[in-house]
Design a protein around this ligand. Structure first.
Ligand code: ADP
Ligand code: GLC
Length: 480
């Protein structure tokens, strides 16, 4: 089976969050299921400079008014199709934001072009390769099924995966004429959304099937609390909606071979964590002691509940813990965390920025990771934590609910607990969860039991890749 995956980021080439991890790992995991994936990605500078063997395999002379070349290349097991339009993608800074942190004004065009190129390839317009199915991710490629719907060629099945419904690709109706869609596409059954245009809504209306990245989140987005205005649209398509939990790249996140960790560190040897813990403490210039070292590795946003972290920093210190935070994002949240670090020298450390190697070291050395998200489609940091023996303390929603087993009385007795969950995502809810975590930490037998149980959790892609492959097969057999 040939699948065209369309994505705006892909690990290890370009990443702002979990979407990249997933779009980078899933194609590799799917190979074992007999699925061959080619990933269409924009030709950002980071992509073009890393993929050395990229060569031209096709072109679209007029893609929304731009000349586009399609380059093919391989990178670390990924089969890539690179959409090369220098006027749209050859820009410094991140994929979506300029150097001042603002969205590029032409993001609608950058991602409509990506989607249109995908639809053209789906329609067989790339010589020598025809996908059987198209898999789009988030708003940036959600227009692919829309373009497929209005194309003259027969449609192949499409799946749209929602990684984060908070980003919907909403733009003014004034761009409509430039999208080159037929006039009737501007309707509530398609991309029209309160007189504006929503790329995500268009994809939700037109894709053959929808999925999101955990079963709990698939339930949650049917409700106003989590649907972010799209719950009605999704409810109308509930029959076509699937929830498949993410896995992790077991090679990239492998405690047994992670070079930051002692060579003989294995899942069976927790004692070596102390060395990593000391290294983390050194990095963040916090004290060395026997109390728990809590960490946060996150985008600093409201979604991730980072304001709650700033609120409870004093409590963590008062309880005898230390806190280290690695993250980047909203300036106000960075400021609140820095203020906590200033109040508590030696007890709270903050590293602002994006640092992949440090994130590995923190998972390998910290005692617990706090993930107080207000909503979390899946969440990957708690999965890495489980594999590395770092105990997750998480809000009970979305993928956090599906992947961590709370240390309640029954779970502790049955020796199946892997972490701590809390349902009231408020400073007090988090404080109570931290008090509970402190109690467990002071019971070394219980703590070690939880770590070991977490390390045994199946966080691999194997099972979920099988579920995606089965879903693809089901969509193909419906004869679209
Ligand atoms: P989201 O995609 O919503 O940000 P996920 O938990 O799915 O959340 O994925 C976040 C990914 O980004 C993880 O791989 C995490 O380790 C990584 N990450 C987040 N912030 C940082 C940072 N400041 N430095 C390094 N890695 C980070
Ligand atoms: C999104 C979500 C996160 C999920 C990731 C990958 O960014 O916020 O929960 O793990 O996508 O699917």
């Amino acid at each position: 089976m040939n699948v065209l995956s369309v994505t705006s980021e892909i690990y290890p080439l370009i990443k702002t969050g979990g979407l990249a991890d997933v779009s980078g790992a899933l194609p590799i995991a799917l190979k074992a299921c007999g699925v061959h994936t080619r990933s269409l990605i924009p030709g950002y500078p980071a992509v073009k400079s890393a993929v050395k063997d990229a060569h031209k395999v096709g072109e679209f002379p007029d893609l929304l008014g731009e000349h586009a070349d399609i380059l093919a290349g391989e990178h670390e097991g990924l089969d890539l199709l690179i959409l090369d339009i220098p006027s749209l993608y050859d820009r410094p800074a991140g994929p979506y934001l300029d150097s001042t942190g603002k969205d590029f004004a032409d993001n609608w065009k950058r991602y409509a072009a990506l989607s249109l190129a995908a639809a053209e390839i789906a329609a067989g317009k790339l010589a020598g390769w025809q996908p059987d199915l198209l898999h789009a991710h988030d708003w940036q490629s959600a227009m692919a099924p829309v373009y497929m719907r209005y194309a003259e060629t027969p449609e192949i099945p499409s799946l749209l995966t929602i990684h984060n419904i908070a980003f919907q690709g909403q733009f003014g109706a004034n761009i409509f004429s430039e999208l080159r869609l037929p006039a009737h596409a501007f309707s509530t059954e398609s991309i029209e959304y309160y007189n504006d245009i929503s790329f995500l809504k268009g994809g939700l209306q037109t894709a053959t099937a929808l999925s999101t990245v955990s079963p709990s989140y698939a339930e949650e987005i049917l409700t106003p609390d989590y649907g972010m205005g799209l719950e009605g649209v999704i409810r109308a398509r509930a029959q076509a909606l699937h929830g498949i939990v993410n896995g992790i790249d077991a090679e990239v996140w492998n405690p047994a071979i992670d070079h930051l960790i002692q060579e003989n560190y294995t899942a069976a040897n927790l004692k070596l964590r102390a060395i990593n813990k000391a290294a983390v403490a050194n990095h963040f210039r916090v004290d060395h002691d026997n109390g728990p070292l809590f960490c946060v590795i996150s985008r600093l946003t409201w979604q991730k509940g980072i304001d709650l972290i700033a609120e409870v920093a004093d409590d963590i210190v008062e309880m005898g813990g230390r806190l280290v935070v690695l993250g980047a994002g909203e300036i106000a949240l960075e400021g609140a965390l820095m203020a906590a670090a200033t109040r508590h020298p030696g007890r709270v450390g903050v590293a602002v920025g994006y640092n992949e190697p440090l994130s590995h070291l923190m998972q390998a050395g910290c005692d617990a990771i706090i993930v107080p998200s207000r909503f979390e489609p899946c969440g990957l940091t708690q999965l890495y934590a489980l594999r590395y023996g770092c105990v997750p303390v998480v809000a009970r929603n979305g993928g956090l609910n599906d992947t961590v087993i709370d240390a309640n009385h029954a779970a502790v007795s049955a020796k199946v607990a892997t972490g701590v969950q809390f349902s009231s995502v408020t400073p007090e809810g988090l404080r109570q969860a931290l008090r509970r975590t402190m109690r467990y930490y002071r019971d070394p037998k219980l703590w070690t039991q939880m770590q070991k149980q977490g390390m045994k959790s199946d966080v691999s892609w194997e099972k979920s890749a099988g579920l995606y492959a089965a879903l693809y097969t089901q969509l193909l057999s419906k004869g679209h």
